[in-house]
Design a protein around this ligand. Structure first.
Ligand code: SF4
Length: 234
């Protein structure tokens, strides 16, 4: 165990002192988020923002605009976001077609019923799995879920337990359960947890090479305590 374990809210306070208040850097409307997610590949905030900027200025993102544009024009805009722009252009037209045909151009109205139905609806879109669904529903203000950034579930697992599991799903569920247990089921509290842990994972607690020696919360971290003991981590 670390010298002094922190509760998750106290840990988030500490991270907020370091990184400041975090804001979302992506559109929070469900349809717009799904479009944004396809604007970059490999998907990252930077890649998606680049593709999104070009797409919004050259084509627009409304379903009828995506459907009217040629695949070549879409791919040309999406190139700013990285690899496989042609495939992403096709995906965008699939998304736009579905939103237009099935939801009358308004995906949000299809997500207001039971949560299980909203999850099923979102998971039918390409590239959207459980972490994406949690993120969409939380930041769209639909359900205050314990969402965890898809590239950072290891952060909380390391701090609370030590070395993360090799299984991605097990890490994701463990991080979610910890948030569910300690972070109030409120939009602002759950969003803050998502954003601060994501930032920490991007800056310091990187998946492959965490910078533990310079980490500002290392004295509260089970992973770091295990390393220092030189003992096998569990
Ligand atoms: S001490 Fe290392 S493992 Fe723990 S939170 Fe900091 S960077 Fe991550």
């Amino acid at each position: 165990m670390p010298k002094s374990a922190l509760t998750i809210p106290a840990l988030l306070d500490r991270l907020e002192e370091i990184y400041g208040r975090q804001e979302t850097g992506w559109p929070v409307d469900p349809y717009e988020f799904i479009v944004w997610w396809h604007c970059g590949y490999p998907a990252s905030d930077v890649a998606c923002a680049r593709g999104w900027e070009r797409l919004t200025s050259e084509v627009g993102i409304e379903p009828h605009r995506l459907l009217k544009a040629s695949l070549a024009k879409l791919a040309s805009a999406l190139k700013a976001g990285g690899m496989v722009p042609e495939l992403r252009a096709l995906r965008l037209q699939e998304i736009a077609l579905r939103v237009d045909n099935e939801f009358g151009g308004d995906l949000r109205t299809a997500l207001v019923g039971p949560l299980s139905d909203a999850r099923k609806t979102l998971k039918k879109f390409p590239g959207i799995a459980d972490p994406g669904v949690d993120r969409i529903l939380l930041f769209a203000g639909i359900a205050p879920l314990a969402a965890v950034a898809s590239n950072c579930p290891h952060v909380l697992v390391r701090i609370l337990r030590g070395k993360e599991d090799e299984n991605y799903g097990a890490n994701y569920r463990a991080a979610q359960q910890a948030i569910m247990a300690q972070v109030p089921q409120k939009f602002d509290a759950r969003s803050r947890a998502y954003l601060q842990l994501k930032r920490h994972g991007q800056e310091i607690c990187k998946r492959s090479y965490p910078k533990c020696e310079k980490c500002p919360v290392n004295s509260h971290c089970a992973f770091f305590a295990g390393q220092r003991r030189g003992a096998a981590l569990s």
